[in-house]
Design a protein around this ligand. Structure first.
Ligand SMILES: Nc1ncnc2c1ncn2[C@@H]1O[C@H](COP(=O)(O)OP(=O)(O)OP(=O)(O)O)[C@@H](O)[C@H]1O
Ligand SMILES: Nc1nc2c(ncn2[C@@H]2O[C@H](COP(=O)(O)O)[C@@H](O)[C@H]2O)c(=O)[nH]1
Length: 201
């Protein structure tokens, strides 16, 4: 089966793999927490999604997405290559690679990705107990805005992302875990503890 990442044999376990799905509003810190868990050396593999959005400064192919044009993305839809895909923030498409997820879970690799709320619901409905949903909260909307400004987003991009916050927060009750990302070290500790509950078995 062809996958979009090379799995490191050292991370193979003799259980089914878990798919950790990290959800939260833009700027809540999903990618920051994922990076910290990876840097800590947890037995997880990050699976980049595909997206049609423009690459930002500091990003590269596979970090954190495979950047593609709309024609290629549409071909992947037509070939049923996505487990799910969504148009997020009203313009750009994002999609998860079905075969990579299936391969990981069936071959004992724990994987981690961040998805929007609709994508997370879809993955949970298909992967059931193989998926662990983690919602990242922030103290308030102002904090989100400040973080996005600090990350260098334009006013238009920030406004588009803020429109979804109430919808995203309303879904937070559907998750296996909710982590407040206010103090980064505390949140990172809690985030890693959740993952280690499954990966240390
Ligand atoms: N606890 C925190 N305190 C202060 N700044 C933080 C904290 N967590 C993350 N940040 C910063 O906030 C910004 C947004 O974080 P990050 O990119 O991880 O968010 P995200 O949820 O992945 O966003 P998106 O959904 O848009 O990809 C980054 O500049 C990051 O360094
Ligand atoms: N349903 C999906 N949502 C995804 C996927 N990959 C990322 N995402 C989510 O979309 C936004 C993107 O924000 P951006 O600032 O990085 O452009 C964010 O909420 C991601 O979690 C996916 O494959 N499917």
């Amino acid at each position: 089966m062809s996958t979009i990442v090379n799995f490191d044999q050292d991370k193979k376990t003799n259980q089914r793999g878990k798919a950790f799905i990290v959800v939260g509003s833009a700027g809540s810190g999903k990618n920051t927490l994922i990076k910290r868990a990876l840097d800590k050396g947890l037995k997880i593999t990050f699976i980049p999604s595909f997206t049609t959005r423009q690459m930002r400064a500091g990003e590269s192919m596979g970090n954190p997405y495979y950047f593609t044009d709309i024609e290629t993305f549409q071909k992947m839809i037509d070939n049923d290559e996505f487990l799910e895909y969504e148009k997020v923030h009203g313009r750009d498409f994002y999609g998860t690679h079905l075969k990579t997820y299936q391969y990981a879970v069936e071959n004992g690799y724990h994987i981690i990705t961040d998805l929007d709320v609709k994508g997370a619901t879809k993955v949970k409905s298909i992967f059931k107990d193989d998926a662990v949903l983690i919602f990242i909260k922030v103290p308030n909307t102002e904090t989100l805005k400040e973080r996005l400004i600090h990350r260098g987003e334009t006013t238009e991009e920030i406004e588009k992302r803020m429109e979804r916050v109430a919808f995203e927060e309303a879904k937070s009750g559907e998750y296996d875990y909710i982590i407040l990302n206010d103090d980064l070290n505390k949140a990172s500790g809690e985030f890693c503890d959740v993952i280690e509950k499954y990966t240390e078995k």
